[in-house]
Each structure stands twice: as C-alpha cells, then as structure tokens.
Design a protein around this ligand. Sequence first.
Ligand SMILES: [Zn+2]
Ligand SMILES: [Zn+2]
Ligand SMILES: [Zn+2]
Length: 384
Amino acid sequence: MNKELLIGGKSCASYGSNHLLPARTAEGAPDQYSAYEGASAPPFELMENGMKNTGDKSGQANQLALQEHEEFSPCQTELNTVYVSEQDIKEALLQYVSSKCFYRTAPAKHMKVQNLIPLNTYRYHLETFTEHRETHRASELYKGGFVDSCAVAPPPALWEIEVDPPPLFTDCEMHIPVPHTYSVEHCPNCKGRGRTECTSCNGTGKKTCSACNGSGTTDQADFNICSFCGGSGTVCCFMCGGNGWLKCYRCSGSGILLFHTELTITWKNNRTEHVVDKNSGFPVYRLQEVTGKGIFTDEHSLVYPIVNFPESSINEGSRACIEQHKMQFALESRILRQKQTVELVPVSKVEYEWKGKLHSFYVFGNEKKVYAKDYPGECCCTII
Ligand SMILES: [Zn+2]
Ligand SMILES: [Zn+2]
Ligand SMILES: [Zn+2]
C-alpha cells in the first residue's frame, strides 16, 4: 500500500497512510549533515552540492517516482473520501447554528441531505528554526575591581560562544555578556567630566525672574524693587542650584563607565503554509482554524523539496517555500532545523433541501467546523 515518497530525488518516507510516518533521511545526506547539527549558516550550499553530486541518480529516481505516480495514487483515493457521516454533519450544523444568536435551528434539525461532496485538500507546512546573533555595546556603572578586558584573553568570535539552545521550534531570546570585551571608558554623555550643562539655565546658573519678568521692579510708576529677585531681574536656577551644571545621570558623576559587548541570540520558528485551493467556493483561509490528518512529516537539519507527491501543487509549494526560507534566513541567520509536513484536511460540501430549495454548507477539519454562508434560518430581525 505504501509507496516511497521522494525528497530531492531520494527515498525518504512513505505516504498514503492516515498515520504520521517517520521520515528516513536521504541516502548519503545524513552523515554530511550531522556535522552541521545545531550550527552553521548557510549549509544550503551543501545541500545544493549534495544534489549536484547525486544528480544522475536523482534523475533516475525522479523517473521512477513518475512511473509509480502514474500507476498508483493512494492520496488521490483518500482525497475523494467523505470523512463525515450524515449524523456528524447534522450535529455540526446544529452546534454551529446554536452558537449564533439570530439563527433558527429548524432548518438544521429538519433538512434533507441531498449530496455529500468531498473537497478534501492538502496543506503543506514548512518550519525553519533559525538562530540569529547580533551584538551591541552595553554599559554599566563602574565600581572598581577586575576588568575582564581583551588583555586577559582574546574575545570569542560571535558564533563561538556556546549556549544551551531552547527546545527545537520554540521562539526564545537570550542576552549574554561576551567575555573579555570589558573596558573602562569615558562616559559618552558627559565626555568624562561627570557633569553636564544645565539645560534649564544653559549653564548660567540664573533664570529670568518670573515675578518681575526680568525688570527688577514690580510697579512701573513707583519703581518698587521686586522682592523676589532683589531688583536684579534674575533668580537662582532651581534645577542646578545656581552652579550651571548637573551631575551626569549616566555615570552618576564618576565620568567613567564599564563597557562590554552584549550578545543577543534570537531563536525563531518561521512557518510558511501552502494550501491547495480547489476554487470550490470554500474560503481556504478558514482552514487555519482547524487541524488535518498528518500524512507526511520530514525533519532534518535541512529538508529537500518534495518531488513526487500526487498533487503537483504540493511539490511546487514545497520547493517554493524551501527556496523562500533559504533566501530569507540563510544569509543573516543559521538554520538549525527544518520540518515539513503534509496534512490531508477534510472538507465536505453538503447540499441539502429545505422548504423545496437547495442550499449548501461546508464541514471542514478534524474539528468538524461549519462554514454556512447562505443558511436559510438566519433571522433578519434584531432585538425587539
Ligand atoms: Zn524679580
Ligand atoms: Zn541651571
Ligand atoms: Zn557621565
């Protein structure tokens, strides 16, 4: 029953079962790739070389796959199967209608199912687990003591720093001070002076008296001397206490800071989906709400494009997604792991009769969700 599924021209796994099947790796590839476990971008070059090296064999394998495809297609058989019973359908619709405030349940209870049309489709997922590293200079107050500078030992290169990565395909971020990158330097905010010019008085220590507006008198006629400024027209700056300077907030007045290089590591699981759209009237974006039946899974340091899936759109989707991830991630990140899966997502179109008219709705996913655009029991009235 099971047939070999070719990945990049190599026999990798089986499909045609409702069960999730573990993938075997491409012959010759695992040993090459094992050295790159948990490391190194961009190993796609290796993949391309690997494919070139096995070019002739791949060609033969592709030919074989093609022949097999022509004579056998278990997935196509599954594709034309209705996965829900009439009872399931009625229950799903009734549950859907009951969840809507202004839907009458009568059509769902008494409809006559006329036709069940399987519109099952395939959904392809590519997950690329990447690690990205970048550094920036960070500073803190220096309180004296040992400085782990580059004089102690040369700092490690960006990718030489060993860390425990999170579980595969899990987003995570980590900040690590890089050893041997510490140095004591002048504070850039005050240029080592420990203080900065008061912005309130521009360093003069004085401000125009607000009571006399700088004139020194309170009455134009009698020339009474302003009691706030004693006739000078200026008062002492409240911000700096009159000295024109403020203690530098960054170095707390010391004029120096302890700098080091901070490494930020970001692990991210990047997912791209490809769904075969049958243009049947069912909006495929709704499939995001449901799960399907896993029929193929393949996980490696790097995965090869699927080449002989019965539905050619899955082959094209696989190739396009892998290429897109390569372009998107291989240059700036390391690809640690990739996983591709194909699911069979059940979708059934239900045609039914209600009061002499034909209507339809869709039941989709393992969860048996309902999409009913023209349900006849929808009330137009609102709350009276
Ligand atoms: Zn005054
Ligand atoms: Zn001031
Ligand atoms: Zn400072």
